[in-house]
Design a protein around this ligand. Sequence first.
Ligand code: NAI
Ligand code: MG
Length: 359
Amino acid sequence: MKIAVLPGDGIGTEIVAEAIKVLDVLDLPFEMENALVGGAAYEAHGHPLPEATLKLAKEADAILFGAVGDWKYDKLERQFRPEQAIPGLRKNLGLFANFRPAICYEQLVGASSLKPELIAGLDILIIRELTGDIYFGQPRGRRTAPDGAFAGAEEAFDTMRYARPEIERIAHVAFRAARKRSKRVTSVDKANVLETFQFWKDVVTEVGQQYPDVELDHMYVDNAAMQLVRAPKKFDVVVTGNMFGDILSDEAAMLTGSIGMLPSASLNASNRGLYEPSHGSAPDIAGRGIANPLATILSAAMMLRFSLNQPRAADRIESAVKDVLASGLRTADIWAEGTTKVGTREMGDAVVAAITKTT
Ligand code: NAI
Ligand code: MG
């Protein structure tokens, strides 16, 4: 089995190095191969997703991804921007199902901006459709408005669309995930205003009939945004489209204390996937050795569980992370009075040490 390792830019290289240390100590029968992506790839090859990187990503059994992007590329033409590597990988590998678990670790209850009683014990799963919706819909562009109140003015437009099979497959993913949890799915839409999301709601409802043991409810996205901070524990599995999922999953991230804690998985139909922290390349702290590597380390655990059939190794990583938090070690983003502040490398070393203890 082969893991493609794509560290990327900014803190991407720092945090992926820690995840590799953790994978190494587990001593599993995997080969790992590195490739450049994002700004690092643009510097070396003039493109954020070079052919060789895409080829490696396609032939690997799983991809461990850091982060891409830096303010210094903001002036580049869109196709050369580091962030373009992400939709490129999603589209080329058919990674349509994005899993973002938002778990509030007991030791970090105080690190969230929400009241402790709202988030203590929080464990929800946001499933975001990743290859459709307004982010990929054609046509899109700029033109002179052909009609309407602003006819003749310059305008821009995008197209929101979902095909039935696209909705069906993500709905199945959500219902199957719910079966392994508390058997509740909330489908988030904007059916009151958008035809695309009335269709979404209809198709999810139909698929739901095949899962009579799972309770399905529907919520408008504006209400869901509100309920996520009002009573987040009322949710279990949330399934939604690409754009709403983008926004809600970042909102949910903050419930847990720090975006530096949140892993993610993006899977295709054959359960091959890309695993990455939910955050970006954090140029504001890159190179200082203070980034939290836990989101990436937990992403590696998801990789072992979902794509590499190593659930036991995944469990060992996850309990090691809990042990390290219980021992009081904190990177700056989750530090609080009475805990011990450590850097990226020390945090990675502590997870490795905790794993070694549990052999
Ligand atoms: P960001 O997630 O990189 O950073 C947001 C804030 O969270 C910053 O203050 C940062 O220091 C902090 N932060 C993020 N990860 C952290 C960690 N592991 N430990 C401690 N603190 C952490 O988002 P931002 O600042 O909006 O974007 C920075 C760059 O990253 C941009 O170029 C953006 O396009 C790119 N980006 C890339 C993503 C990816 O590679 N999947 C996702 C989101 C943004
Ligand atoms: Mg986002």
